[in-house]
Design a protein around this ligand. Structure first.
Ligand code: FAD
Length: 437
């Protein structure tokens, strides 16, 4: 894996609104540690926070190949979800699995809430709920069956149609939606930046420090970086979309590249022209449709591409092509707003499994991994980070038992069959969602 495979673009609209990080430390000597955490997003930073709480005498090092928090954790759409729609739920077995899944989401929300409260984090938290919406009235049946499921599980929800949606969202694009009261909208970059800023002084953070490979050596783990080594007693992999490139759980997850764009702030007149709605977030009913938000500060955020790539990250030319798709998505929904509203575009990597399940386990003695959130990692990443720290400290909790009861990721075929399968699936979903991008 080359360094260029990991450095993200500078286009992230959330990050560009934050002050640039200073005092960056890069690994420049050989070190030893009790715990080495690889990857400093929500998962790795939460692992580090919890490990210091458990035993502050341990030497804890966290490394990231780029700047801490500036991978997927800053680049996402900011939905802290309580429910997701992209699950089959046709049999009682599916329903049982769905219940376990939403329980994990719930614990994820609780973990973030607790962290935000304890550290008094300003991340534009809004308990606004969210909409699963479609421009196709024939999706009403899907909406109804999802509504029944949620009602059975005591999630407050409401089916809405075009006129009400126009009032709430400021666009006539959507014909039907399920509004779910739970779920939070937030600023993802502010959240993860706070996790970097509040790291205990006892944790050593090294950035622009990419783990190249690792091996067992005399009951320890020897980790190789560009010029230096870290010899550690325990290693915890929190690299999400980059698990495969480190040969971790190779046959259970794969990376997907997403792109998003954010507009400048709408002017007062532009905002009035769409009916001055409150902040909102829409998720697509058809899996490859657009995720689109009106942010607290009156910007429109859109994500409407997902693809398998090699290398995962996107060059400037390809990103420009994706930006055109974002602009079209905005135009479809807000035809009267001016063109050229987009101020920032970026790509980011997520980790998917074949069946939407996450990875959380002890791989072998002193080696742990948490990740693969299938596009919903704000809450679950924070929660799994804390719990993997407990597991790596030989503690068993009710939460770990609960995580372990979830459906496990299924086995994936080797390359090139895997990529052929993913291409085909994404192309099919893209076709089905072509009206919704
Ligand atoms: C466009 C987009 C929209 C999304 N929308 C949502 C959403 O609305 N809600 C939601 O919950 N989730 C969303 N997600 C997913 C969410 O961002 C991720 O699930 C979450 O960031 C995972 O956190 P993490 O800490 O596990 O991984 P990451 O934030 O990806 O962090 C992993 C880190 O590991 C580092 N790394 C990788 N390899 C190495 C190595 N060899 N050595 C050292 N460091 C390494 C990377 O540099 C990276 O910083 C979205 C993602 C994207 C890209």
């Amino acid at each position: 894996m080359s360094k260029s495979n990991l450095a993200n673009d500078n286009g992230c609209g959330w990050l560009n609104q934050l002050p640039k990080r200073i005092n960056i430390k890069t690994l420049n000597e050989d070190l030893i540690s009790d715990y080495l955490i690889v990857g400093a997003g929500y998962t790795g930073l939460s692992t580090a926070r919890k490990l210091t709480e458990i035993d502050s005498r341990k030497k804890i090092i966290i490394v990231d190949a780029q700047l801490a928090g500036e991978g997927g954790s800053s680049r996402n759409s900011g939905y802290l979800v309580d429910t997701t729609l992209n699950d089959g739920f046709t049999s009682n077995k599916d329903l049982k699995d769905y219940k376990k899944k939403v329980k994990i989401y719930d614990l994820g929300i609780e973990a973030v809430k607790k962290y935000v409260k304890e550290y008094q984090v300003d991340c534009d938290w809004n308990d606004s709920g969210k909409y699963f919406a479609s421009s196709k009235i024939e999706d009403e049946n899907k909406v109804k069956s999802f509504s029944n499921l949620l009602t059975n599980l005591n999630f407050k929800n409401k089916i809405l149609f075009k006129d009400e949606l126009k009032k709430r969202l400021g666009t006539s694009f959507y014909n039907v939606a399920l509004y779910t009261k739970g779920g939070i909208l937030l600023n993802p970059a502010k959240l993860v930046r706070s996790m970097v800023d509040t790291l205990s002084g006892k944790v050593e953070l090294y950035e622009n420090t990419q783990l190249l490979n690792w091996r067992h050596s005399n009951n320890k783990i020897e980790c190789q970086f560009l010029k230096n080594k870290i010899i550690t007693n325990n290693i915890i992999f929190c690299t999400n979309g980059f698990l495969r490139s480190l040969n971790i759980k190779q046959n259970y997850s794969f990376p997907i590249t997403l792109t998003a764009s954010m507009t400048r702030q709408l002017s007062d007149n532009e905002f009035k022209s769409i009916g001055s709605p409150l902040e909102w977030g829409v998720l697509p009913i058809r899996p490859m449709g657009a995720t689109i938000r009106l942010t607290k500060d009156k910007r429109i955020l859109i994500r409407n591409t997902a693809e398998v790539r090699n290398p995962n990250l996107m060059n400037e030319k390809d990103l420009k092509e994706r930006t055109k798709l974002h602009a079209l998505g905005i135009k479809k929904r807000f035809p009267k707003l001016p063109d050229n509203l987009i101020e920032n575009s970026w790509s980011g990597i997520v980790c998917r499994s074949g069946n939407g399940s996450q990875i959380f386990e002890k791989l072998e003695k002193n080696i742990y991994v948490a990740g693969c959130y299938n596009g919903s990692g704000i809450g679950v990443g924070t929660f799994f980070g804390e719990q993997i720290a407990l597991m790596a400290s030989n503690q068993q909790t009710e939460e770990i038992s609960l995580i372990e009861e979830r459906k496990k990721p299924n086995w994936l075929p080797p390359q090139p069959f895997l990529n052929i399968g993913i291409y085909t699936r994404l192309a099919y979903e893209r076709f089905k969602a072509r009206s919704e991008t």
